[in-house]
Ligand binder design. Structure first.
Ligand code: F6P
Length: 549
């Protein structure tokens, strides 16, 4: 395993030391003071990239902090690492793979290569097949086995083969053809499948079986159940060809499942599952919103890829977000990060980013396998505003934990009804103002509160937020936004000297489930070989799962 130089000879503890020293000097500095003393702060600490405007002025940073953070990128050889990713070097060291999701959204003329082989012709060949297929389904030209047009498309996949298209299909619902129903089944819990198809007609339903490996237990189980459900009414096994298509890197497995490989849309091992929305994994989204809108989204991604690769570090939006996260993790003991979209269409964005961020940077050994002695990826979580305000914001404002937050909003709504949108954005801006500046005891008293209650009504403030604002939620602005987070995650991985593109941490549970499964299916099987807790749970399951009559 030959590590590129930016992974080698790093001493992250030493690299973070100047920041930690700076943090020790920070004492008592409040955002109130920083804004009062510097009328140009908001403007200076803002970045425009593509359609996105980032205001990061409400962060616990000074010029010195930013200077130290920028130094850190040089120590981590970030520019070299970015170049290596774009050049197709095998920076996913433990799987010996390149990381080239940026090639998926580049124009055909772009020169991306893997081992000298040009990639964009392959990428665009698949895109053209996807576009033709999506058009055929949308127009009704693609018929089901009994000659009826398709009315419902069900994507069966999990993790990266589900969250991206599911999130984006919801996000871009305003651009979708409402005559088509597009749904997602991921959980191996049969409830998910049953509830998803219960009102559907098999004659008019198309399944997309999406799995990079085509071995994932949940997806294969749901796909088998879907085939049985379809054949139960269509009767003829030849119907599978009209009602099942596959998205995968594994043609042999697709064929073994019984799907004609002519109905397979390919992607490649240099596309990580959680970075695969722009590949054929985006097929259900393309069917929902149409090829042109899908292309607009790809262009949005590409625009932000160019910004990431070309903008100076000081005005680079994803890098700035990444550095702020590093600062809070290393020096402020922040263990979580909240993503708070003020847009109902982005309801699934936090779930999508959970996989992107936590599966990438939830690591505790460095690139050479040595235990890390610094914080790596945060716990990412969130809910759309304003709902979250009535649930967990109490803790954000007055709790004992520092939770850096990203507030995300759009200026023009898709549904300009009354003053809904002004109210939505008023809340969004108000929250960042309240978190930053809080309310002092004097201010509370001035409003007429006296005695002990004063302490309860004080807001300490000084709680950091980013605000990301775009004119409107469109396929392009969504693509740009996702690319911002992808590159933020990449940057943090390089700074922490961890490998962001493998996911060994998901393996053990899968393996143990494989061992437990036969012990649950066959009540006579010996199931005493685990620890006493697991043995006991299996025994209890066997007792309670017996039919009642
Ligand atoms: O279990 C985690 C994981 O491997 C993810 O990384 C991946 O996105 C998901 O499972 C699904 O994998 P596949 O697309 O191969 O079915």
């Amino acid at each position: 395993m030959m590590a590129p130089t930016f992974f080698e000879s790093r001493n992250v503890v030493k690299d973070l030391a100047p920041l930690k020293a700076h943090r020790r000097e920070w004492k008592g500095v409040h955002l109130r003071d920083l804004f009062r003393d510097d009328p140009g702060r908001a403007e200076r600490y803002s970045i425009q990239a593509g359609d996105w405007f980032l205001d990061y002025s409400k962060n616990l940073v000074t010029e010195r902090t930013l200077q130290l953070l920028h130094d850190l990128t040089r120590r981590a050889r970030l520019p070299e690492a970015i170049a290596a990713m774009f050049k197709g070097e095998r920076i996913n060291l433990t799987e010996n793979r390149a990381v080239l999701h940026v090639a998926l959204r580049a124009p055909e003329t772009a020169d991306f290569r893997m081992d000298g082989v040009p990639l964009t012709p392959q990428v665009h060949a698949v895109l053209r097949r996807m576009k033709a297929f999506a058009e055929a389904v949308r127009s009704g030209e693609w018929k089901g086995h009994t000659g009826r047009p398709i009315r419902a498309v069900i994507n069966i996949g999990i993790g990266g083969s589900d969250l991206g298209p599911a999130m984006a299909t919801e996000a871009l619902r305003a651009f979708a053809d409402r005559r088509l129903t597009v749904r997602f089944v991921s959980n191996v819990d049969a409830t998910h499948f049953v509830e998803t198809v219960r009102d559907l007609n098999p004659e008019e339903t198309l399944f997309i079986v999406a799995s990079k490996t085509f071995t994932t237990q949940e997806t294969m189980t749901n796909a088998e159940t879907a085939r049985a459900w379809a054949l139960d009414s269509l009767k003829d096994p030849a119907a599978v060809a009209r009602h099942f298509v596959a998205v995968s890197t594994n043609a042999d497995r697709v064929a073994a499942f019984g799907i004609d490989t002519h109905n397979m849309f390919e992607f490649w091992d240099w596309v990580g599952g959680r970075y695969s929305l722009c590949s054929a994994i985006g097929l259900p989204l393309m069917i929902a919103i149409g090829p042109e809108h899908f292309q607009d989204m790809l262009n949005g991604f590409h625009l932000m890829d160019r910004h990431f690769a070309e903008a100076p570090i000081e005005s680079n939006l994803p890098i700035t977000l990444a550095l702020l996260g590093v600062w809070y993790g290393a020096c402020w003991d922040a263990h979580t990060h909240a993503v708070l979209p003020y847009d109902q269409y982005l309801a699934r964005l936090p779930a999508y980013l959970q996989q992107a961020d936590m599966e990438s940077n939830g690591k505790s050994v460095d690139a050479r396998g040595r235990p890390v002695r610094w914080q790596t990826g945060p716990i990412l979580w969130g809910e759309p505003g304003t709902n979250g305000q009535h649930a967990f914001y109490q803790l954000l404002h007055q709790g004992t934990k520092l939770v850096p937050c990203d507030f995300i909003a759009f200026c023009r709504p898709h549904h300009p009804i009354g003053d809904h949108h002004a109210k939505l954005l008023a809340n969004c801006f108000a929250q960042t103002e309240a978190l930053a500046f809080g309310k002092t005891a004097e201010e509370v008293r001035a409003e007429g509160t006296q005695g002990r209650l004063v302490r309860h009504r004080v807001f300490p403030g000084n709680r950091p937020t980013n605000t990301l604002l775009a004119p409107e939620l469109t396929p392009s602005t969504l693509g740009q936004l996702i690319a911002i987070y992808e590159h933020k995650i990449f940057t943090q991985g390089i700074i922490w000297n961890i490998l962001s593109f493998d996911q060994w941490g998901v393996e053990l549970g899968k393996k143990l489930a494989g061992r437990i499964l036969p012990e649950l299916l066959d009540p006579t099987a010996d199931a005493r070989g685990h620890d006493t807790s697991t043995n006991q749970l299996i025994r209890r399951y066997r007792e309670w799962s017996k039919p009642l009559h």
